[in-house]
Ligand binder design. Structure first.
Ligand code: TEU
Ligand code: CA
Length: 529
């Protein structure tokens, strides 16, 4: 697949555990995904990013892998997976697998061997020290070093204790992980989402847990080879303007693109569980900045608001109450008509908001539980619960609400985690029956992407002339598209061209005039050739 094709991709992220349970054991599975492939086609997506489905003891819900070449028991079998990719490809849907390169599960055969003795041939697949060498902290809280009794050493885990970091300085580790990539490519996989890829190179001398001096060398070894250089690869490794092209520039033979997370911090402090004042003008400025950088540097930009690690964007950086429909559709138009590759997280296409619970017992994510335990002595229970309701990754991992029926159509069995507290109010069946259907708006937006070269290949021009809204134009050949998105207040917008109205989420038909909160409209002009 050539790089210029990727702007035609629209990627849908599936978190398999919470997507659809086909066999009634309360856990989402691969056959549940197959059941919904026609739905994905109807939505208008043509690629799936599948969060890990490999064998795992699930200390981090699959991001702790115990066998890179086989499927987690609860999700099904390798034959189910082969049928799934066949059915995807039969519908023109590409499959992007999640590649977790930085760490394995502590129950992986390599680690079971490595931890038994310093002389074991697998011992140097991981990172060991006789004493704790520094104050590195795990991303999930606490020391990043765990004591291992049999060898009297400490091993490094940048994430959970059950996720020991691999030692990428060891050429055998690099060979093993290249073989994992080649194994899935051999089974027809079209690309990889690369989990915390920048952590695979560390620099102990400079105290760096990630972004070490050999990162580009390792990435080239993985994805710069003849067998892999044309894959779609997206790195979960946000970079600033100066570094980003070093890892996803066109001729780097490294990655296709990376997730740029600058806009994720809006509406919260550096602590993801703590709200901050939301100023959507900051969101506009961030999006304009990255549209202009990517246009200038000819980089592919990832367009996304949600994923499995974050509370829903409309809840934490928008309005999931009075203006839920307007906000969900405004953000759809704002993000997915920009220059780049859309990533849509399961359930956001019908405006799924965050749930709300009154007990920490209703949460299970390792990051959330660790956060609760680390703060419960110094913060009141009510404040701590408010924070967890605001920032927990569990918010995005509740079983999807497909229907009004039992378990909201997720499956027949008792779901693995608490059902969504707002499932009665917000589910796909109810949304599609409504005049104000978020799903229908997503369909229109993605249909416009498919038919408009201005959206897929066109230039970006910021047409905003004030605060409180975002207006931008996309141009290619004679076609021009104008997208106007009002933010949370009321706005009087002027100075915009009056082009043909295509669609919107309110009653307006002209680009200029008084806008209601989160009102959006899309217009088109065809210049005389
Ligand atoms: O997440 C990377 C990461 O940095 C996490 O700390 C994430 O940013 C955080 O949860 C946001 O608050 C990746 C995966 O997306 C995540 O699900 C895994 O838990 C993590 O790596 C370890 O594999
Ligand atoms: Ca199941």
């Amino acid at each position: 697949m050539k790089r210029k094709e990727f702007p035609n991709w629209v990627v849908y992220q599936i978190y398999p555990r919470s997507f659809r349970d086909s066999n009634g054991d309360g856990i989402g599975d691969l056959n549940g995904i197959i059941e919904k492939l026609d739905y994905l086609k109807e939505l208008g997506v043509n690629a799936v990013w599948l969060s890990p489905c490999y064998k795992s003891p699930n200390c981090d819900n699959g991001y702790d892998i115990s066998d890179y070449r086989d499927i987690m028991d609860e999700f099904g079998t390798l034959d189910d997976w082969k049928r799934m990719i066949f059915e995807m490809h039969a519908r023109g849907i590409k499959l992007i697998m999640d590649f977790v390169a930085n760490h394995t599960s502590s129950e992986h055969a390599w680690f079971n061997e490595a931890r038994t003795s310093r002389e074991n041939p697998y011992h140097d697949y991981y990172i060991w020290r006789d004493e704790i060498p520094n104050d590195w902290q795990s991303c999930f809280g606490g020391s990043a070093w765990e004591y291992n009794e049999p060898t009297g050493e400490y091993y490094l885990h940048s994430f959970a204790i059950g996720q020991p970091d691999l030692n990428w300085e060891n050429p055998k580790v690099r060979q093993e992980m290249c073989a994992v990539v080649d194994y899935w490519v051999g089974l027809g996989v079209d690309g990889f989402r690369c989990d915390v890829l920048n952590f695979i190179s560390k620099d102990f001398g400079r105290g760096l847990m990630c972004d070490g001096p050999r990162l580009h060398e390792y990435v080239k070894e993985l994805f710069g080879r003849e067998e892999t250089e044309n894959l779609f690869t997206v790195g979960e490794c946000s970079y600033g303007e100066d570094e980003i092209e070093n890892i996803c520039g066109e001729n780097r033979k490294e990655l296709t693109c990376v997730f740029q997370f600058d806009h994720f911090g809006i509406g919260r402090t550096g602590d993801k569980f703590v709200k901050a004042e939301l100023d959507l003008n900051d969101l506009r400025k961030t999006l304009v900045k990255w549209q202009e950088i990517c246009e200038r540097k000819n980089l592919l930009y990832t367009l996304f608001t949600d994923n499995h690690d974050q509370a829903h964007y409309i809840s934490r950086a928008g309005d999931d109450g009075k203006y839920r429909y307007e906000c969900a559709t405004a953000y759809c138009a704002m993000f997915y008509l920009l220059k780049g590759i859309p990533f849509i997280y399961q359930g956001q296409e019908w405006g799924t908001p965050d749930p709300h619970y009154s007990s920490v017992k209703d949460y299970c994510d390792v990051e959330t539980i660790n956060y609760y335990n680390a703060h419960k002595e110094e913060i009141s229970e009510s404040e701590l619960l408010a924070r967890i309701n605001f920032g927990s990754r569990d918010n995005a991992r509740r079983p999807l609400c497909w229907t009004q029926g039992k378990n909201f159509g997720f499956g027949e069995g008792e779901p693995w985690t608490k059902l969504h507290s707002r499932g009665e109010e917000v589910n796909l069946e109810k949304d599609r029956a409504s005049e104000k259907s978020v799903f229908a708006f997503y369909q229109k937006t993605l249909a416009l992407r498919r038919e408009s070269e201005a959206i897929r290949y066109g230039s970006f021009e910021d047409r905003t002339r004030g605060e409180g809204y975002f207006a931008y134009a996309r141009k290619y050949g004679e076609e021009e598209i104008l997208v106007v998105v009002n933010f949370d207040g009321k706005s009087e917008i002027s100075g915009l061209p009056e082009w043909e109205y295509l669609f919107g989420n309110g009653r307006r038909r002209s680009a200029n005039g008084a806008y209601a909160p989160y009102e959006t409209a899309v217009f088109r002009n065809r210049r005389e050739g």
